[in-house]
Structure formats: structure tokens, C-alpha cells
Write a protein that binds this ligand. Sequence first.
Ligand code: ZN
Length: 258
Amino acid sequence: MAGQVATAQAERLAELIRESSSTVALTGAGISVPSGIPDFRSPGEGLWEKVDPMEVAHIDAFRRDPAKFWSFYRPRFAMLGDKEPNDAHRALAELERRGLLEAVITQNIDQLHRKAGSERVIEVHGSIRTSSCQWCGAQFAQEDVEGLFDAGGAARCSSCSGPVKPDVVLFGELLPSDAMAEAETLAAEADLMLCVGSSLEVYPVAGLPSVTLGRGGRIAVITKGPTPFDDDAAVRMDGDVVGDLDAVLAAVHGEVVP
Ligand code: ZN
């Protein structure tokens, strides 16, 4: 029974995707959980279990004590760098390849959409791909940051010795304005937004579905747990993101969904 409902929802969403002239995806931590990256908002999860993210992942914490900040972030970055995309990431990349998806707007910093083959990825919380010197602006690739650490455990710029910070948005920082502007334009032009693995509670990103809805577009919500947009969703799926997107992709292909 549950399978039949899921199938009907997948078929319905596939139909909306085929009819839509502009579809965008908005993804959050939930799409990377099946890749082994815990969502820090889930209590008792992994690296965030013993620390308060507002303490360690705050821009003030970085400014106060870069070495302490990096003592937390260095292993986390190494962990993220080793992770692989899952079939939910791949399904979105496949939709883009088929001309059925404009872009992925993501809150995730893990680069898994890019690794899965998505071309147009708007990383509104930045990404671990680069880190930057806070004094001179020099930018360092992820694989080069490991060579920048001083004896005290802080990453230091190779030209001016300034503190080097990952190009991810920390608590207390503004979101990158270029990325947010692009995301808002995409949301306004979309007649379908696929919201995947996000509780849609963290602003300003959580305002993007409202932009699409306000312009007469539709939204689909594919995530575990409730969201503030459940009543507005043309399609609501709350199984696991991998199974749900596989079913949608199969339905888009016109295959029989088991
Ligand atoms: Zn520098």
C-alpha cells in the first residue's frame, strides 16, 4: 500500500517535471545523510555530538582562536573529502543531463552534487573546495590547505601568514550575495522547485520555495519529517531521498516503478 502511494507520488512528480519549462532543486543536509554525512541538527549525531555548532562553527570562534576552530574543522574536512555521492545526488545530475533540471541550489558544503556530475550548482553556504586568507584574500584549494598548518594547528597564508578560513558560511556570517541572488532568480523563474532533504527552516534559503510559489510555480517536498511547506506542496514524499528520487527518475524515464 505504502509502495503504491509512493509510486503514485513519483508518477505525479515525473509528470510535473516533464511539463515544467524550468525546474530547480533545493537541497539540504538530508540528501547527504545516505552518503554517511550526519545532519548536525539531528541530536546525537557524529561529530556534532559533543560540541555546540554555534560555539565552534561561529565566525567569532574562528577570529578568537583559529587553531581551536581548525582542531574541530580539520578532521571534519578530511571526513567530508572522502565521502561519495549517492543515487539521490546522481538522480539530480541525470535530470540536468536530460535537460529537465536547470540547477541545484544547495545548503551543503560537501561538493557531492559536483562529484555526482551536476554542472550548475549554487552553493549558498559555500563549500570546502577552497579556503581563503582573511588578510590578503589569497585562495587555496582544498588539497593544499593541509600544507598551511603551523605548529599551533592554525592554517596560515603562505604569502602573508594571515589566518586562512574555509570558504564556507559560518554562523554569524552573511550568505554569499552572488549565490543568493542567483538562487533567488532561479526560484522566481522556476515553475517547479524540488525541495530535497531540507527541513526548510533555515532562512534565507527557506524563503526560496515561497518565491517560486509566489510567482505561481509549484513545489515538491521530498524529505523526512515535517516542513513548513507541506500544505503547499503539489507532491510530498517522505521516504528516504534515495528511494524516492530513484522512483521519480524511473517514472520520468517512463519505466514501471516496482
Ligand atoms: Zn594572505
